[in-house]
Design a protein around this ligand. Structure first.
Ligand code: FES
Length: 159
């Protein structure tokens, strides 16, 4: 039995959450870089995907990450008023709010997805956010809902 065959919340020994962070190049990625350069400690559970702007993130990217086995997803961009593409971050916030409602509706726990802002000068804030997200997702246990539903759908199609 693999880790993803177990119901959500059932953690195996030594289990660590996998968190996908989709971040904008201009602010949050630079903030993460600053955290690294400054040697600020934060959990190594995050896999960063850099995009030009959070406004470019299709909500399906978040769903796809969860389907592919991520236990949590963090989306982070420039603070309001600082987006390099004027309002991409505000557009992203609207899309993410709708996505979060949808994910809650289908039963995904609230703490698995996070939307936030981190500027290029906020390495410490980036580290604190990663710590918070990792603790929340660790407490929830492995995410299996979307993965399991996909497997059920595959079985139904195969019959
Ligand atoms: Fe950073 Fe738009 S450029 S969110």
């Amino acid at each position: 039995m693999s880790q993803h065959d177990k119901p959500a919340g059932k953690k195996s020994e030594g289990w660590e959450p996998k968190i996908v962070a989709i971040v904008c190049n201009w602010c949050t990625y630079a903030g993460a870089d600053l955290a690294g350069i400054s040697r600020i400690q934060y959990p190594p559970n995050v896999r960063i995907i850099r995009v030009p702007c959070t406004g470019r993130i299709n909500p399906f990217y978040v769903v796809k990450a969860l389907q592919a086995g991520a236990d949590g997803v963090l989306v982070s961009g420039c603070h309001p008023g600082e987006c390099h593409y004027i309002s991409g971050n505000l557009s992203a916030r609207r899309k993410f709010a709708t996505l979060k409602s949808f994910l809650n509706y289908i039963g995904l726990e609230d703490g698995r997805t996070t939307f936030t802002w981190v500027s290029a000068s906020e390495g410490d804030r980036f580290a604190q956010i990663v710590k918070g997200v990792t603790e929340r997702v660790r407490a929830l246990g492995p995410a299996t809902k979307l993965v399991k539903k996909l497997r059920d759908a595959d079985v139904a199609v195969a019959k």
